[in-house]
Design a protein around this ligand. Sequence first.
Ligand code: FES
Length: 115
Amino acid sequence: MSLKNQPQNLRIDDHPILGKDDRETWVNIFFDGIKLKAKKGETIAASLSANGIYKFRTTSRFKKPRGIFCGIGRCTDCVMIVDGIPGVRTCVTAVKEGMKIFTQVGSGRWGDEER
Ligand code: FES
């Protein structure tokens, strides 16, 4: 997969109510083998969305794409394989340096690159 022609920073850096985002620390994460920059402290889902990625998994039966739905860890639409663990709710899991994140198909399987 290539992220060519994808917007690379969709973060709101200056919010009219919350103010400027002055977090300076970045970490490297890997999405389906592609290196991305993420801000330390943000969730995996926020980081992927900021990089123009909205499909996090596909459903078991009909292979329909899913991404952020509730955004608060309740619906499981955002689950992905993270560091070999399937079913991780990415909307409530913070990024870490070197984290390997893979699109999940169905309920996923254990292991870094298995889907
Ligand atoms: S979007 Fe619902 S659990 Fe993450």
